[in-house]
Design a protein. Structure first.
Length: 284
């Protein structure tokens, strides 16, 4: 971390923020960059999603310098979007910061007030209770409305199941939800076994989705985040498959040209070498 701190020319302060704002205003100005001048909040939202994914990838890599750089890219886009709304006379980045500070202080009465909590789970429960009292979380809204529809399906399934569980609509324990997985698997196999009419193909897809959704709940009970768990498994597969490709190339072959039996042998060799360093998946 010292290496990164030594790269910093000055301490973060109001001047740094103002410099960034002026840079964005210059990019958007009459003699600025044609690409930046044509951007809208809608178009920038797509780049923001992309940059957040790059930040997540950097965090998973454990490379602090990469994380620092990607955080800067995300911050630039946040300031850029705020500037677009400032141009419309709606708000500026300092309004964003002020509102967020007020909200975060209000959601931590056990830190900035007199409330007492015993553990992190109690904090989480109170957090959601406090959110309901805010003007953007009206009581007549569905519990599910706060889960963005643009989230990846696996992450959205996790958040949706969390909200259902919060009001007691849940299995009693891990064994119960694991039994449900077996039930859903049986229903999926039954659909697969039927004639392949178009409607039945749709049913196969729905039954498979039910399996995935139930497995998300298994992960929740096991205190594993399914998105992180799947990312770790994909990384493990990629590393083992890379070993197979390299082993084939060392013999002057391409992986797609070797026999299936040889592929299986190389895969088992990769497993013995335990070719993955994926971190333990955790819930959040």
């Amino acid at each position: 971390m010292k290496k990164i701190l030594n790269m910093t020319h000055s301490n973060p302060n109001r001047k740094n923020f103002d410099d960034l704002i002026r840079l964005i205003e210059q990019l958007r100005g009459e003699n600025g960059c044609p690409w930046d001048r044509k951007q809208t909040a809608q178009s920038m939202s797509l780049y923001l999603i992309e940059e957040v994914h790059e930040l997540v990838e950097a965090i998973r890599s454990g490379d602090a310098e990469h994380v620092c750089e990607e955080l800067g890219d995300v911050m630039f886009l946040v300031f850029f979007v705020a500037n677009l709304f400032k141009e419309q006379g709606d708000f500026d980045i300092y309004d964003v910061l002020a509102i967020n500070l007020e909200k975060m202080i209000g959601r931590h009465p056990h830190v900035f007030g007199t409330d007492i909590v015993e553990n992190a789970e109690e904090v989480r429960q109170r957090w959601h209770q406090l959110k309901k009292k805010e003007k953007n979380h009206a009581s007549d809204k569905s519990l599910m409305d706060s889960v963005p529809t643009s989230l990846p399906a696996l992450m959205r399934a996790y958040r949706i199941s969390e909200r259902a569980a919060r009001i007691g609509f849940d299995w009693d324990d891990l064994n119960g939800v694991m039994e449900k997985v077996e039930e859903e698997w049986a229903e999926f196999k039954a659909e697969v076994g039927k004639a392949g009419a178009e409607r039945q193909n749709k049913n196969i897809s729905l039954e498979f989705g039910d399996i995935l959704f139930t497995l998300v709940n298994v992960a929740r009970f096991a205190k594993i985040h399914p998105e992180s768990a799947l990312a770790d498994s994909v990384k493990k597969f990629e590393q083992r498959f890379g070993f197979m490709e390299n082993a084939a190339m060392e013999k002057g072959e391409r992986i797609e040209n070797i026999e299936r039996e040889e592929m299986e042998r190389l895969w088992e060799e990769a497993k013995v070498l335990n070719l993955h360093n994926a971190p333990e998946s955790r819930t959040r």
